[in-house]
Design a protein around this ligand. Structure first.
Ligand code: NI
Length: 162
Protein backbone atom coordinates (compact mmCIF):
# COMPACT_ATOMS: atom_id res chain seq x y z
CA UNK A 1 0.00 0.00 0.00
CA UNK A 2 1.09 3.51 -0.64
CA UNK A 3 0.06 7.10 -0.37
CA UNK A 4 -1.49 8.69 -3.42
CA UNK A 5 -1.49 12.35 -4.34
CA UNK A 6 -4.70 14.10 -3.34
CA UNK A 7 -6.12 16.18 -6.17
CA UNK A 8 -6.99 19.75 -5.28
CA UNK A 9 -10.13 21.66 -6.28
CA UNK A 10 -9.68 23.05 -9.78
CA UNK A 11 -8.32 19.71 -11.05
CA UNK A 12 -10.78 18.64 -13.79
CA UNK A 13 -10.77 15.04 -12.50
CA UNK A 14 -12.86 16.25 -9.54
CA UNK A 15 -15.63 17.43 -11.87
CA UNK A 16 -16.19 14.19 -13.78
CA UNK A 17 -18.83 11.50 -13.28
CA UNK A 18 -17.15 8.26 -12.15
CA UNK A 19 -17.72 4.85 -13.71
CA UNK A 20 -19.37 1.87 -12.03
CA UNK A 21 -16.99 -0.85 -10.86
CA UNK A 22 -17.78 -4.10 -12.72
CA UNK A 23 -15.34 -6.37 -10.94
CA UNK A 24 -12.84 -6.10 -8.12
CA UNK A 25 -9.37 -6.88 -9.43
CA UNK A 26 -6.06 -6.91 -7.54
CA UNK A 27 -5.59 -3.36 -8.85
CA UNK A 28 -8.92 -2.33 -7.35
CA UNK A 29 -7.86 -3.74 -3.98
CA UNK A 30 -4.54 -1.92 -4.22
CA UNK A 31 -6.41 1.32 -4.96
CA UNK A 32 -8.70 0.81 -1.95
CA UNK A 33 -5.73 0.12 0.34
CA UNK A 34 -3.97 3.21 -0.93
CA UNK A 35 -7.12 5.30 -0.47
CA UNK A 36 -7.37 4.21 3.17
CA UNK A 37 -3.69 4.96 3.78
CA UNK A 38 -4.02 8.34 2.10
CA UNK A 39 -7.16 9.23 4.07
CA UNK A 40 -5.61 8.29 7.44
CA UNK A 41 -2.33 10.04 6.64
CA UNK A 42 -4.28 13.24 5.88
CA UNK A 43 -6.44 12.84 9.03
CA UNK A 44 -9.57 12.71 6.90
CA UNK A 45 -12.82 10.91 7.62
CA UNK A 46 -13.54 10.07 3.99
CA UNK A 47 -11.99 9.94 0.55
CA UNK A 48 -13.44 9.28 -2.89
CA UNK A 49 -11.49 7.67 -5.75
CA UNK A 50 -11.59 10.79 -7.98
CA UNK A 51 -9.72 12.62 -5.21
CA UNK A 52 -6.74 10.44 -6.06
CA UNK A 53 -7.37 10.80 -9.77
CA UNK A 54 -9.28 7.56 -10.39
CA UNK A 55 -12.73 7.88 -11.99
CA UNK A 56 -14.29 4.85 -10.31
CA UNK A 57 -17.28 4.72 -7.98
CA UNK A 58 -15.36 3.86 -4.81
CA UNK A 59 -15.29 5.72 -1.50
CA UNK A 60 -13.72 5.02 1.87
CA UNK A 61 -15.09 6.47 5.09
CA UNK A 62 -14.01 6.22 8.71
CA UNK A 63 -15.60 8.65 11.13
CA UNK A 64 -14.21 7.03 14.29
CA UNK A 65 -10.66 6.21 13.18
CA UNK A 66 -11.16 2.50 13.80
CA UNK A 67 -14.04 1.48 11.59
CA UNK A 68 -13.15 1.76 7.90
CA UNK A 69 -16.03 1.40 5.47
CA UNK A 70 -15.25 0.64 1.83
CA UNK A 71 -18.14 1.39 -0.49
CA UNK A 72 -18.13 0.28 -4.12
CA UNK A 73 -20.90 1.59 -6.40
CA UNK A 74 -22.71 3.24 -3.47
CA UNK A 75 -26.21 4.63 -3.84
CA UNK A 76 -28.23 6.71 -1.43
CA UNK A 77 -31.63 5.06 -0.99
CA UNK A 78 -33.13 6.99 1.90
CA UNK A 79 -32.53 10.24 3.73
CA UNK A 80 -34.36 12.28 6.31
CA UNK A 81 -33.95 15.08 8.80
CA UNK A 82 -31.54 17.94 8.60
CA UNK A 83 -28.26 18.99 10.18
CA UNK A 84 -26.26 22.11 9.52
CA UNK A 85 -22.60 22.22 10.40
CA UNK A 86 -19.08 22.75 9.20
CA UNK A 87 -17.43 20.28 6.91
CA UNK A 88 -14.24 20.21 4.94
CA UNK A 89 -12.64 18.27 2.14
CA UNK A 90 -9.11 16.98 1.65
CA UNK A 91 -9.31 18.47 -1.86
CA UNK A 92 -9.99 21.92 -0.42
CA UNK A 93 -7.25 22.11 2.20
CA UNK A 94 -7.24 24.44 5.17
CA UNK A 95 -10.83 25.64 5.06
CA UNK A 96 -14.31 24.57 6.09
CA UNK A 97 -17.81 25.67 5.24
CA UNK A 98 -21.26 25.33 6.71
CA UNK A 99 -23.45 22.85 4.83
CA UNK A 100 -26.94 21.52 5.47
CA UNK A 101 -27.21 17.75 5.09
CA UNK A 102 -29.72 15.05 5.98
CA UNK A 103 -29.35 13.84 9.56
CA UNK A 104 -30.09 10.25 8.57
CA UNK A 105 -29.21 8.34 5.42
CA UNK A 106 -29.39 4.80 4.20
CA UNK A 107 -27.11 3.69 1.39
CA UNK A 108 -26.52 0.47 -0.48
CA UNK A 109 -23.13 -0.49 -1.87
CA UNK A 110 -20.91 -3.45 -2.68
CA UNK A 111 -18.06 -4.51 -0.44
CA UNK A 112 -14.68 -5.72 -1.70
CA UNK A 113 -16.18 -9.16 -2.39
CA UNK A 114 -18.89 -7.43 -4.49
CA UNK A 115 -21.54 -8.49 -1.97
CA UNK A 116 -24.46 -6.11 -1.66
CA UNK A 117 -24.45 -4.29 1.69
CA UNK A 118 -26.55 -1.66 3.36
CA UNK A 119 -25.53 1.03 5.80
CA UNK A 120 -27.44 3.50 7.90
CA UNK A 121 -25.78 6.61 9.24
CA UNK A 122 -26.66 9.59 11.38
CA UNK A 123 -24.81 12.77 12.29
CA UNK A 124 -21.19 12.80 11.05
CA UNK A 125 -21.54 9.45 9.25
CA UNK A 126 -24.61 10.70 7.36
CA UNK A 127 -22.71 13.86 6.45
CA UNK A 128 -19.66 11.91 5.31
CA UNK A 129 -21.70 9.51 3.17
CA UNK A 130 -23.47 12.39 1.41
CA UNK A 131 -20.21 14.29 0.92
CA UNK A 132 -18.27 11.33 -0.51
CA UNK A 133 -21.06 10.11 -2.79
CA UNK A 134 -21.30 13.56 -4.35
CA UNK A 135 -17.62 13.35 -5.32
CA UNK A 136 -18.52 10.37 -7.54
CA UNK A 137 -20.75 12.64 -9.61
CA UNK A 138 -18.21 15.43 -9.85
CA UNK A 139 -19.64 17.60 -7.12
CA UNK A 140 -17.89 19.37 -4.26
CA UNK A 141 -19.32 20.52 -0.93
CA UNK A 142 -18.26 24.07 -1.77
CA UNK A 143 -21.25 24.25 -4.13
CA UNK A 144 -23.51 23.99 -1.07
CA UNK A 145 -21.74 26.17 1.44
CA UNK A 146 -23.89 28.65 3.31
CA UNK A 147 -21.96 31.91 3.61
CA UNK A 148 -18.19 31.98 3.33
CA UNK A 149 -15.52 29.35 3.64
CA UNK A 150 -13.60 29.92 6.86
CA UNK A 151 -10.01 29.18 7.70
CA UNK A 152 -9.72 26.06 9.86
CA UNK A 153 -7.64 27.99 12.39
CA UNK A 154 -10.76 30.04 13.16
CA UNK A 155 -12.82 26.97 13.87
CA UNK A 156 -13.00 24.81 16.93
CA UNK A 157 -12.70 21.05 16.68
CA UNK A 158 -16.16 20.63 15.22
CA UNK A 159 -14.89 20.37 11.67
CA UNK A 160 -13.41 17.26 10.18
CA UNK A 161 -11.88 17.08 6.75
CA UNK A 162 -13.79 14.77 4.48
NI1 NI B 1 -14.34 15.79 -0.15
Amino acid sequence: MALRQIRIQGDPVLEKVCKEVKEVTPRTLELIGDMLDTMYEANGVGLAAPQVGILKRIVVIDVTGEDPIVMINPKLVESSGEQTGYEGCLSVPGVSGKVTRPDYVKAVYCNEQMELKEIEGTELLARAICHELEHLDGHMYTEKVIGELVDNSELKEESEPE
